[in-house]
Ligand binder design. Sequence first.
Ligand SMILES: [Zn+2]
Length: 316
Amino acid sequence: MLGDVGLRRIIGHILLVLACSCKGGSRGGTTPVIEDRSGPLSAESLMADVEFFCSEMFKGRGSYQAGSKLASNHISEEFERLGYKVLRQPIRGRHAENIIAIKRGGDQAVVVSAHHDHLGVRSGQLYPGADDNASGLAVLLGIARSRAARSYGHTVIFISFGAEEDGLVGSGVYVHDPLWPLAKTRAVINFDMVGRNFFEAGADQAEAAAVVGLEFDETLGPVAEKAASEVGLHLIRVPARLLELFTLHDRTDDWWFRRQGIGAIHFSTGLHNDYHQGTDTTEKIRPGQLARVAHTAAALLDALANSRRKGDPFKH
Ligand SMILES: [Zn+2]
């Protein structure tokens, strides 16, 4: 995610206002426990990936450093292990690439994405990037694992972007040379920083996450709210227009797709004091948040990848 401290305050206040205005929306009485205790969408499994990609050998996954390449090697191997067809899209001038995994269905496609790079080692300081964005990467891989054996009416494409921290470079490279025609790309679901309390706000907002852009398809709101209430996630729905209004747009990979007229959904638990600091470390990640966001987003993927629009060519 691209941003600065002042911006954080603005974003925080806006979303907190939104949070308060829709308090109690999707949040049932007591917080339901997350059933999936051992599966790919479990807090334990997702947290294992966060710890793995924050381990010493990746050295903060800097896009000009070997750690980024090592990360994309592991991501590519994991997608192959799961049976996806994998392509690696180089990003010129860097040790970085986009890793693209395809599950063929009909000729319309739904993209699920998260960047894997972070700041690496700078002036001797290691930037582990646990929340930014090992958390989003973990949710991406968790959903890819949980849906590996499933077939959909549409094609599903999982993409782990490189060089996001350099200015959304990887997603820009993809959109300018897409693997799948953008005209046949129905939607994108993106994750960036999904592992913390919502904007580190008070305890009563602990299990909340912001979701930007659901408004492009009115059928998605109820799907997201239902899935979120199943796991006790308080969804704060942010219209993309609102971020544009506050010049908070074009800070995450989903915006490249939104600019192409493609429906784009973005999940985040927001900024915090460890943002782009060496202190963005694994012990501050809340595994339950990873699982809540993953469960909610997986339900959106299922709905989008099987939804039919009038005149849709649909593989059955
Ligand atoms: Zn990020």
